[in-house]
Design a protein around this ligand. Sequence first.
Ligand code: C2E
Ligand code: MG
Ligand code: MG
Length: 737
Amino acid sequence: LHFELRIQGPQPRRDKSACSWDDRPRQHRSGEQFAPPARMHPDSRALVDARAEAEAAIAKSHAADTRLRDAIDILPQGVVFLDAEGRYILWNQQYADIYKGSADLFKVGRRLEETLRIGVERGNYPAAVGREDEWIAERLAHLSNPGQRHEQWLSDGRCILIEEQRTSDGGRIGLRIDITEMKAREASFRLLFDANPVPMFVCGRNDRAILDVNDAAVEHYGYAREQMLAMSLSDIQQCSEGGAFDSLDRQASDHGAGRTWKHRKSDGGLIDVAIYSRALAREDAAAVLIAAIDITERKQAEARVAHMAHHDALTGLPNRVLLRQHMGDKLQRMRRTGAGIATLVIDLDNFKSVNDTLGHPCGDELLQKVAERIRAALREDDVAARLGGDEFAVLVPGAGGPQEVGAFAEGLIGVIGKPYEINGQQVLVGASIGIALAPGDGDDADRLLKNADMALYRAKADGKGAFRFFEAEMDARVQARRRLEVDLRRALANGELQVHYQPVVELATGRISGMEALLRWPHAERGLIPPSEFVPVAEETGLITALGTYVLRRACLDATRWPAHLKLAVNMSPLQFRLGSPFAAVSGALKESGLPPQRLELEITEAVLLEKVDHVITSLHALRALGVGISMDDFGTGYSSLSYLRSFPFDRIKIDRSFVRDLATNRDSQAIVRAILTLGSSLGITITAEGIETEAELAWLRAEGCAEGQGYLFGRAQPQAETLVLLAAESMLHVAA
Ligand code: C2E
Ligand code: MG
Ligand code: MG
C-alpha cells in the first residue's frame, strides 16, 4: 500500500485512454499553444530552433506521460492524481471502475469535492445518508490531511480502502483498494470467533498479551472480559507444564494441534486444555489464534482408566502389570548401578479357610488389611503389588545380601501374622514368602517372579509361615514336575493309565466282599508310577476331573464282570468336588456300565469336607440318594474331627493303615482302633481296616470285631485280568467249602 509517485514536468495529453486526463486539443497545461508560422522571418532561425526544442520537449514529456499512464494502468489498485486544489489530473481505469456510480463525472480540472457531492446525492455512499454534509466534511478532512487510511462503503456493497499521500507539487495521489472480500472474510472470522462454543483467544505472538477473547472463553474461565483483555496468556497458563510457552511459537508455525496445557480459571481451579493454535496477522502485529478445549474430564477419566488398568481394585496396590513395569525400570537401573533387587512373593497361609468360614466380605477386608500392613513395612523405593487372590509381591531395589533380605521377609511374616480385628472377631492368618535375588536368580521380571514363586512353593511345602530363597535345584524339580504333567496328560489321552483292584475281605469269613480301585501309571522310563506322585500333579493342573471320570468308567465296567455281591470302592479327590461335577461323572459311569449303584462306594477323605461348602454336602447327599455308598478314607489321619462324622452319614469308615501297622505292639494304636470300632458299631457304620500285613494284626482286629479289612496279607492291587482269575479261584473255593 505504500505507494509513491513523483510527478515532474509538464503533463501532456494522451489520446489513448477513454478516461483520459485531458480533452483539450494539444494544449499545454500552462495554456501555451504551438501553431505553425506563416512565413520565415530573419529571426525565424532562432524561432525554428526554439520551436524544435519545444516540440522535442513536448515529445519527451508525452513519452513520460505515456509511461506514467502505462504504469498506473497495470496497477491492480485504483489510482487518482489531484492537484493542490483537489482537482482531477489523472486516474486509471481501475479507479473509474471502483467509482462506477460517479465515473461519468470525472473530468480533468473538476474538483473531487464536486463529484463527491453529486455521488452523495446519488446515494453512492450509504454511510453518508442522513448526515451528508458531515460525511463530506470528514472525507475532505482526510483529503486535506492525508496519510491515514480509511475505509469507505459503497452502495453496491463494496468496501474500499482509501490511502492518500501528498505529492511534491502539493497535490494528492490517492490509492483505492477493493477490500470487500477481505471484509467478508473478516466478518465470517468474527462470527466464528465470537459465537464459537469453544473458548478462543487472540494473543500477541511476542508479548502473549490477550488481545481478544470470545464469549465462550469469558464464560468458561470466569474472568470479566475487560479483566481478560488486560491479562496475558502467562497469567492463566501454568508454567510448570514444561515449555508450554515456547511451544506457542512452534504451534503458531505448524498450525499446532492438540498440545495440552494447564490453565487457571478465575476461581483458581486448574483445567486441562487441548490447544489448537494458528498464526494470525492482526493490525500488522503478529498474533496467534488459540482455541482451548477443556479436556479436564476426559483426562480424569483417562487417569481413572489407567489407574484401574494398573491397580488392584480391592487393595489399591499396583497389579501384576504395573509391578512388571516397575521391575523393568528397576532392573534397568540395576544394570547401571549394580545394586541388587530382591523379589518377594508372599502367599497367605490358609486364607481359603478364613474366606470360607467368615465369608467373602471378611476375606476381602482381611486382604485389605494385609495390604495395608505390607505397605506400611516398605521403604520409599520398595514396591508392593497384589498378584491376585491371596498372593502379593514386594520389590526391594538396592537390597543388601540374603541376610538383610531374609530379615526383611521375617519381619513381613511377623507383621502379617499379627491378629486382625474383623467384624468384631479376631482373625489370624500366616504368610509364606519366596524370594528371588537379582541379578543372581535372573535379570528379567518373568524369571524373577517365576523363581520367587518356586521358592514360595518350597516355603509352603516346608510347613508354611516361613520364607525360602530360590535355589537352582528347585527349578530342576519344577521342570521335572512339568514334564510329569505333560506325560500324564498324554497318558490320560492315550488311555495308558491302568486301574488295579485290591480285594477287601470280610474278616470273620475271610471271603472277598469287594475291591478297591487303585490307579497305576506304567511310565516308559520310570516304570510304575504310584498315585501318590501323580494324583497331586493332576490335582494341581485340573487334570483330576478327567482322571477321576476315567477311573469311574473303567472300574464300573470292570466290576460288572465280578460276582454280583462284590462291591467296588473308588477314590475321589476333593478337587473333583471343587472343580468338577462328581454327580454327573458317577451317574454317567453307572449308566454306561449298567452297574447297580448299590455296588459302588466312593471313598472321600476329610479334605473333601474341609471345603465346608454347601454344595459338597449337597452332592454327597445326591450321590447317596442314587444308592451309592460313601466311605471316609484314611480315618485317623489329618484333622480327624469327629464332627465330620456328624456332617454326613457315612456308610463306612476306613481306619488308616498307620494305626494298623503297629497294632501288635502299640497300645495307643490299639486304644484308638478300639475306640473307632466302638464308634462304628454305635453309629451303625461299617469299619474297614487298611494295610493288614500280618496274621497278628488280622487276629487282633478279628478279635475286636472289625468287620472288614484290606492289606497285602490278602492281596495287593492287581490288574483286572488277575483280579478275574483271583475271583474265579475264590468262588471255586467257596463252592468247595
Ligand atoms: P488309599 O485310598 O488309602 O489306598 C490304599 C493305599 O494303601 C494304596 O496305595 C494301597 O496300595 C496301599 N495298601 C493297601 N494295602 C497295603 C498294605 O498292606 N501295606 C501297605 N504299605 N500299603 C497298602 P496306592 O495305590 O499307592 O494309593 C495311594 C493313594 O492314592 C490312595 O490311598 C488314594 O488316596 C490315592 N488313589 C489311588 N487311586 C486313586 C484314584 O483313582 N483316584 C484318587 N482320587 N485317588 C487315588
Ligand atoms: Mg482309598
Ligand atoms: Mg486309605
